[in-house]
Design a protein around this ligand. Structure first.
Ligand SMILES: [Zn+2]
Length: 462
């Protein structure tokens, strides 16, 4: 067999085994895996002394999102460059209809944001924000190649909130179409009440950004997860809890899965490496994201959930805001643009704080960052694993050598990082997307606009 390109001599992680050898690429696809592939006429990439792993899928990303009175700072150009440098080769964003718009218009808006800018492949979850208007548009979106939908149990003021009727009705449709509903699970009424009780000049003066965790105790997430899990159990509709942050949430998911409820859960890497002690810092408001960072006990339980299996996916919920945008809060935590940069550091943080600390094996990491998200989101086997016939989406990382997180040197469009100064291993030395080198020697070399939209026909694990 003649190959266009061969990645030589790396430690190659496949779903069935990890071996030292080569990856042969023809065109955009992986054509062979094995020792000593015939290199006649092929372009060679030396991977000796490196891990060769499947490109990462970050399935929870918000680029150029109008939110909290501003627009998130990473667009499809900076966001996908950051992704590539972090070994991410596929992202899934959320298309949210603006006032009065249909689901189809929302998808068109997001396709336009990505067009001409994206460096890596992408698709969108379609957000159902007004059930009465959108319910009859869901099937049309499935026919258009969108198989994952999203509902928010909070954000009434943004016009995004879904009630139980919408959640129940959508899950019925997911069952019917073989598609999946993603849910932001927080308990709106009690959360609003706790925020209102604390929203006084005296308390804001006294506690500042610490009011963010103080007004979102763990039961806010746990109650909402239990309720929507009940609707999944009742309807048989495939459910996926996004950005799960609490120990209680992990317990509920574990129990539900044990009795056969079709529910899956993701956490985000920030909930695995940070806790809410950051809100006591002078710049603590920068760390506000939604849901907020929790306690060390939650961090431990989420790692355990990854090991046991009730947490299937690690993502980022990337929603980048600059210091200037974050400064809009002026001491009122309810006005902080909520979100953090993430695409560039997902793999390095998971590798350094998961694999190098022994919490996850390298193979488990690849499962949580690539294979599981690809399977769950209906992109496997085209994406998510080093197997013959898959797209040649590949990251090559050094096992130990670290780079310090330096916002000034990063592709992400932020003048700060939650991980500023942290030494991290696992930045991509080389990233390939569909057989093309887009990161070489830690620098982005791919051209913008080459990324493609990915149509899908299914989602979920049943
Ligand atoms: Zn999000």
């Amino acid at each position: 067999m003649r190959f266009d390109r061969i990645i030589q001599g790396g430690s190659v992680v496949t779903p069935t085994r990890t071996f030292v050898g080569d990856v042969g690429i023809i065109g955009e696809q992986i054509a062979a895996l094995g020792p000593d592939l015939d290199s006649t006429g092929a372009a060679l990439i030396d991977a000796r002394g490196h891990h060769v792993i499947p490109g990462v899928l970050d399935v929870h990303v918000h680029l150029e999102l109008p939110f909290c009175g501003t627009t998130s700072a990473d667009d499809y150009r900076t966001g996908t460059r950051a992704a590539a440098r972090g070994g991410v080769t596929t992202l899934i964003d959320f298309a949210i209809p603006y006032a009065g718009e249909s689901l189809s218009q929302a998808a068109d808006n997001w396709l336009a944001k990505a067009a001409g800018k994206a460096l890596i492949d992408y698709t969108f979850h379609i957000c159902i924000t007004r059930w009465n208007e959108h319910r009859d548009q869901i099937k049309g979106m499935v026919d258009r190649g969108f198989t994952t939908f999203k509902e928010f149990m909070i954000y009434e003021s943004e016009g995004w909130q879904s009630d139980d009727r919408a959640l129940f009705g959508t899950l019925e449709k997911m069952k019917e179409y073989g598609t999946m509903l993603l849910v932001h699970a927080e308990s709106a009424r009690v959360l609003d009440e706790l925020i209102a009780r604390h929203h006084t000049p005296e308390l804001m003066q006294q506690y500042g950004a610490r009011l963010h965790p103080m007004t979102r105790p763990n039961f806010i997430e746990a109650e909402a997860i239990s309720r929507v899990v009940m609707w999944s159990e009742a309807t048989g509709g495939q459910l996926y809890i996004v950005h799960m942050s609490t120990a209680e949430g992990a317990d509920i998911i574990r129990a539900a899965q044990a009795r056969g409820v079709p529910v899956l859960a993701e956490t985000c890497v920030q909930y695995l490496v940070l806790d809410d002690s950051v809100f006591a810092r002078d710049d603590g408001h920068l760390f506000a994201c939604c849901p907020q960072l929790k306690k060390p006990a939650d961090v431990r339980r989420l790692w355990e959930g990854l090991q046991h299996g009730e947490v299937s996916v690690i993502s980022t919920d990337t929603c980048t805001f600059s210091r200037e945008q974050k400064a809009m809060w002026e001491g009122d935590w309810t006005r902080i643009p909520m979100g953090m940069p993430g695409l560039e550091t997902l793999l390095p943080l998971t590798y350094t704080h998961g694999v190098l600390t022994g919490k996850l094996s390298l193979e488990q990491m690849c499962l949580k960052l690539s294979t599981n998200p690809a399977k769950i989101m209906g992109l496997y086997p085209r994406k998510g694993a080093l197997v013959v016939g898959a797209d040649a989406d590949i990251a090559i990382i050094h096992p130990e050598s670290t780079l310090p997180v330096d916002p000034a040197a990063m592709e992400t469009n932020a003048d700060w990082s939650p991980f500023d100064g942290w030494p991290l291993a696992g930045f991509a030395r080389t990233t390939l997307s569909r057989g093309e080198v887009i990161v070489d020697n830690y620098r982005v070399v791919g051209h913008e606009g080459r990324g493609r939209w990915l149509p899908r026909t299914t989602a979920g694990l049943r």
